[in-house]
Write a protein that binds this ligand. Structure first.
Ligand SMILES: [Zn+2]
Length: 339
């Protein structure tokens, strides 16, 4: 796919095209922005545009061997690094170093794409930093992150940051409507699409997730129970903590809880719904739950949000999510340790 097809990211698209046309590509790029808005795809499209043998108007042709191999993730001059068990470890940085120690095999440069770069653990991040500090004229690093503030400041300072934005709800709906029927989603209805867009927060990844009925139900049920936590018994709080800790899609879980607490803080200040915000999760069920929870004092809401962020940052390092959620949820239920 050519860069011109990057959807809903006009600024990033123009800047990337410009780099290709002028042949001025920095050594390290950071695609920063929410999950599921096309960063991974854009990184591969950029790799295509740079490696294509028969560019059309300075953009990838989409059909030459390089374009096809990159699309299939089989291009010998491209390495894609992905977190394993929530972490990118030193061994993976060693693989990167080995990969870039060889000259490009077929193209003019070797391209290293690091997905979810904020998941580099400390040792790996420091090793990567050393690599980024050396000049590699025929290497391009593309770091992708939806939590780039968690990256080492020293790594950030080596990157040219390219912001990616949340998609507008209308764009999410348009893309969902254009989807071909996928059996795993069952029948896609207009209501299903509207709900998925409403819960997506401008991320296609999440929109697809919420297109599945069972996911939408799981979260409606979870948020309903979460909003009742201040009135819950300790046992109910621990049950809910167990449910949350066992849930596989952690990124969605933390996004939804973060969004919920954000909205409750606005509600506590009387600002909920007063500002136009296209990304806001907007269903009548959600608003009711927000208003129930916002009866807590603002200082308590802030404290819950801070503790949730701590849990989110620590996950993948060595935190036991069950223990962390047990502590947080029972504190909300009992009102203890919540100043
Ligand atoms: Zn091509």
């Amino acid at each position: 796919m050519p860069l011109a097809d990057i959807y809903g990211q006009a600024l990033a698209r123009e800047r990337l095209l410009n780099m290709v046309v002028r042949d001025r590509v920095p050594q390290t790029l950071l695609f920063a922005g929410p999950e599921g808005v096309g960063k991974n795809l854009a990184a591969r499209m950029f790799a295509q545009a740079l490696s294509c043998r028969q560019r059309i108007d300075g953009d990838a042709c989409g059909s030459c061997p390089a374009c096809i191999q990159i699309e299939r993730k089989l291009y010998p001059d491209m390495l894609i690094v992905t977190a394993e068990k929530q972490q990118i470890k030193i061994g993976q940085v060693a693989e990167i170093r080995e990969f870039i120690s060889f000259a490009p095999l077929v193209g003019e440069r070797r391209i290293v794409i690091i997905e979810e770069a904020h998941k580099l653990n400390n040792v790996a991040a420091n090793a990567l930093l050393k690599t980024l500090e050396e000049p590699f004229p025929t290497v391009l690093f593309i770091l992708l992150s939806h939590r780039h503030s968690l990256l080492l400041a020293t790594i950030l300072s080596r990157c040219m940051l390219l912001p990616f934005v949340s998609l507008r709800k209308t764009a999410v709906i348009e893309i969902l409507e254009g989807l071909e029927l996928v059996p795993e989603y069952g029948e896609i209805t207009a209501t299903g699409i509207a709900d998925a867009a409403a819960w997506s927060g401008g991320s296609m990844g999440r929109a697809l997730f919420f297109l599945r009925d069972e996911n939408l139900h799981w979260f409606s049920d979870f948020i309903g129970k979460f909003s009742q936590l201040p009135q819950a018994t300790l046992n109910q709080a621990l049950d809910l903590a167990e449910i949350a800790a066992q849930f596989k899609e952690r990124e969605v879980l933390f996004f939804i809880m973060r969004s919920f607490l954000h909205d409750t803080l606005l509600a506590a200040r009387g600002l909920y719904g007063t500002r136009a915000d296209d990304m806001r999760i907007e269903t009548s069920f959600w608003s009711e739950a927000v208003l129930v929870f916002a009866a807590l004092p603002e200082s308590v809401l802030k404290s819950i949000r801070r503790r949730l962020l701590d849990v989110e940052k620590a996950q993948g390092i060595n935190v036991n999510l069950r223990i962390a959620f047990d502590a947080l949820f029972s504190a909300v239920a009992t009102g203890r340790d919540m100043v």
